[in-house]
Design a protein around this ligand. Structure first.
Ligand SMILES: *Cc1c(COP(=O)(O)O)cnc(C)c1O
Length: 378
């Protein structure tokens, strides 16, 4: 089976894990520190806070920024549910915004402008598929209305500019992301004092960690805020350091595969009303390979036919506003472009271990499945 995503791991990750086990220090130690510093440097900032998921990173970012009850946060619905859940965790209200266009599935500035109210406190951007949002228009929008700008950067690790759009950014190292630690995440924040606040919230709000108490030769600590346990352990940090070293090569291979997909899919684009989203910013981490099937194609039948040919496909995403929990909060809400995008979207396999021949096989299988779908319709 050719999978949609697959972690790219080697013997270096194995020996990194073994050396942590041999060291006897398993959590929040020197490797976590080193990973934070290396990850921050890689994204052009001084410091970062490692956590155990992107969901935790999003929660800490919003909490450290002081977003809370009475605030509204503009957010895409075409995202993973965790982006929106984090807004509810801090007691704020998510306000769903439609996408720009079918071939540009990022949150639309015009719709954000239309849905802004006097209670809007923040905008959450999500770099869908790794396609970076256009920074300048969003920075102007945020500055004009005094809004916080937060990136859900789960799809866009390692690309130039990501993590520095606004006030905070959250990254994911989940098993299917561009680099992985199994589970894991990272917070970047523009203001050093707020990043330190997030760091404290990560560990129960304690004023001193175990290492700091050792260094200070004092067992005492205080708790002066509501904290959480979102710590990263040394095992994941050690894997993360190796993966970070591979990131450029892995992202470069993704870019090659996407270029090959574009080339091979061109006939289907020209004849068959197949559409491929492309980044308006021109920059992408190529996290996933989404295509929009022709309007009348039976998407689920196409996915099933491809699975029978040994190729996994998936759908990004069921729009969050259509999931029962969110639908019950806002039954009338419609986002026409987001909904059409979801109805036609199919995600093809994309990961750095794929060969050029794998791409050919996927495109051939997709072409066959679409032809079969057309015949059934006729
Ligand atoms: C994967 C993902 C998350 C959640 O990441 P976890 O590390 O699993 O918490 C959040 N947002 C987006 C867009 C994602 O793709």
């Amino acid at each position: 089976m050719l999978f949609v995503a697959e972690p790219f791991l080697g013997p270096e990750e194995q020996s990194a894990v073994v050396s942590v086990l041999e060291s006897g220090w398993l959590t929040l130690g020197s490797r976590v520190r080193e990973f934070e510093q290396a990850f921050g440097r890689r994204h052009g900032v001084e410091a970062a806070v490692a956590v155990d998921s992107c969901t935790a990173a999003l929660h800490l970012a919003l909490a450290a920024l002081g977003v809370g009850p009475g605030d509204e946060v503009l957010v895409p619905s075409l995202t993973f549910v965790a982006t929106v859940n984090a807004i509810l965790y801090v007691g704020a209200r998510p306000v769903f915004v439609d996408i720009e266009a079918l071939d540009s599935p990022l949150v639309a500035l015009a719709d954000a402008e239309a849905k802004r109210t006097s209670r809007t406190r923040a905008v959450m951007l999500m770099h869908f598929a790794g396609h970076l949002a256009e920074a300048e228009p969003w920075q102007r929008f945020a500055a004009r209305h005094g809004l916080l700008l937060v990136e859900d950067a789960a799809h866009a690790v390692g690309v130039d500019g990501v993590g520095r759009y606004g006030d905070a950014a959250a990254f994911s190292f989940y098993g299917n992301k561009n680099m992985t630690t199994g589970e894991g995440g990272m917070v970047l924040m523009r203001q050093p004092d707020l990043l330190e606040r997030a760091r404290r919230m990560r560990g129960h709000g304690m004023t001193r960690s175990v290492l700091q108490r050792l260094a200070a030769r004092s067992p005492h600590y205080d708790v002066d805020m509501l904290g959480f346990n979102y710590r990263m352990d040394e095992i994941r940090a050690a894997i993360g350091l190796v993966q970070l070293g591979r990131l450029d090569a892995m992202n470069a291979r993704r870019a090659e595969l996407v270029a090959l997909y574009h080339q091979r899919l061109r006939p289907l684009e020209e004849e068959g009303d197949l559409r491929i989203p492309r980044p308006r910013s021109g920059v992408s981490a190529h996290h996933i390979m989404p295509v929009l099937l022709p309007r009348h194609a039976d998407r689920d039948a196409v996915g099933l036919a491809m699975q029978e040919a040994g190729i996994q496909t998936t759908i990004h995403y069921p729009p969050v506003h259509t999931l029962s929990f969110y639908r019950s909060r806002e039954p009338e809400l419609r986002l026409p472009l987001t909904e059409e995008f979801h109805r036609r979207e199919l995600t093809l396999p994309l990961h750095p271990a794929m060969t050029d021949a794998d791409v050919d096989r996927v495109v051939e299988s997709l072409g066959d499945a679409l032809a079969a779908s057309r015949e059934r319709a006729a």
